[in-house]
Design a protein around this ligand. Structure first.
Ligand code: NAD
Length: 253
C-alpha cells in the first residue's frame, strides 16, 4: 500500500525546488495531484514526470498572491477529483535578506502577498471542502527565518505568520478532523538561492544572521524537505496537528 493512495493533493509552486520534489514524492506514493505555479511550461514538465508513476495530474497557471487565482486552483481540484485531501502551501519567494532599513514598501507588500496572504487564500477556499469530507491535512512551508527571525524583515514576518496561521487553523479545525502543520526548511539548494541570487542579498545582514547558525553543517536536500511534508500529509501522523518541524541538519541548534 502506497502512503498516499486514494488521496488528492494540491501543491503550490510545484514546478521547482521543494515543491517539485514534493510533487514527485507524492506521485510515487500514489496521490493524484493539482500543481500550480506561474510558469506553466515548467509545471507541465513536472506533471509529465509525475504521471509516469500512474497518478492523475492537473496543472493550473496561477499567481498565489491573487485570491482569484487561488480559488481557480481549488476549483480545478474539486471539479476534477471531487475532493482535496492534502494542501501543501509551498510557493514562495525570498526578500534577499533585506533588513528593515533596506526594505521598500513595494517589496514588503510583494513578499507578504506571496509568502503570507497566499496561505490565507488557499486555506480559506480549501477548508470548506475538507470540512464537508470530515478530514484533511494542510502543510504550510515556512522557514527557519519564521522561527528565529534570521531572514530579511518581510520574509521573517511572512514565515512567522505562516506558523501562527498554522496553529490558529489547527486549533479551529481539530474537532473537524482537519490537521494543519508546518515544515521549516533550513538552507536547501534550489533555484531560490543559487550563488547568483545569493550575490544579490544584503551581504552584511545575511552574515549577521548567519552568526546565529552553524553554517559548517550540511545543507538539506529538497528530498529531505519533501519527506517531512509527506510525514504530515499521510495518515501515519493522524494525531499530529498545530506543529512545526525544522529540517536543517541542526544548523539552528
Ligand atoms: P523555488 O524558487 O525552487 O520554488 C518556489 C516555487 O514557488 C516555484 O515553483 C515558483 O514558481 C513558486 N512561486 C513563487 N512565487 C509564486 C507566485 N506568486 N505564484 C505562484 N507560484 C509562485 O524555491 P524553494 O526553495 O523550493 O522554495 C519553496 C518554499 O520553501 C518557499 O516557500 C520558500 O520560502 C521555502 N524555503 C526555502 C528554503 C531554501 O533554502 N530553499 C529555506 C526555507 C524556506
Amino acid at each position: 500500500m502506497k502512503r498516499l493512495e486514494n488521496k488528492t493533493a494540491i501543491v503550490t509552486g510545484g514546478n521547482s525546488g521543494i515543491g517539485k520534489a514534493t510533487a514527485i514524492l507524492f506521485a510515487k506514493e500514489g496521490a493524484d495531484l493539482v500543481l500550480c505555479a506561474r510558469r506553466k511550461e515548467a509545471l507541465d514538465k513536472v506533471a509529465e514526470e509525475c504521471r509516469g508513476y500512474g497518478v492523475q495530474v492537473v496543472t493550473v497557471k496561477a499567481d498565489v498572491s491573487s485570491h482569484e487565482d487561488c480559488s481557480a486552483v481549488v476549483k480545478a481540484a474539486v471539479d476534477t477529483f471531487g475532493k482535496v485531501d492534502i494542501l501543501v502551501n509551498n510557493a514562495g519567494i525570498v526578500d534577499k535578506h533585506r533588513p528593515i532599513t533596506e526594505c521598500t514598501d513595494e517589496w514588503w507588500d510583494e513578499i507578504i502577498a506571496i509568502d503570507q496572504s497566499s496561505l490565507f487564500y488557499m486555506m480559506k477556499d480549501t477548508i470548506p471542502h475538507m470540512m464537508a469530507a470530515g478530514k484533511g491535512s494542510i502543510i504550510n512551508v515556512s522557514s527557519i527565518g519564521g522561527v528565529f527571525g534570521n531572514g530579511g524583515i518581510s520574509y521573517s514576518a511572512a514565515k512567522s505568520a505562516a506558523l501562527a496561521m498554522t496553529k490558529n487553523v489547527a486549533i479551529q479545525l481539530a474537532p473537524n478532523g482537519i490537521r494543519c502543520n508546518a515544515v521549516c526548511p533550513g538552507p536547501t539548494p534550489t533555484p531560490l538561492n543559487t550563488p547568483e541570487k545569493v550575490a544579490e542579498f544584503s551581504t552584511w545582514f545575511a552574515e549577521r544572521c548567519a552568526q546565529h547558525m552553524d553554517m559548517s553543517l550540511p545543507e538539506s536536500s529538497v528530498e529531505d524537505q519533501a519527506n517531512a511534508i509527506l510525514f504530515f500529509a499521510e495518515d501515519a501522523s493522524a494525531a499530529v496537528t498545530g506543529q512545526y518541524l525544522i529540517v536543517d541538519h541542526g544548523t539552528t541548534l
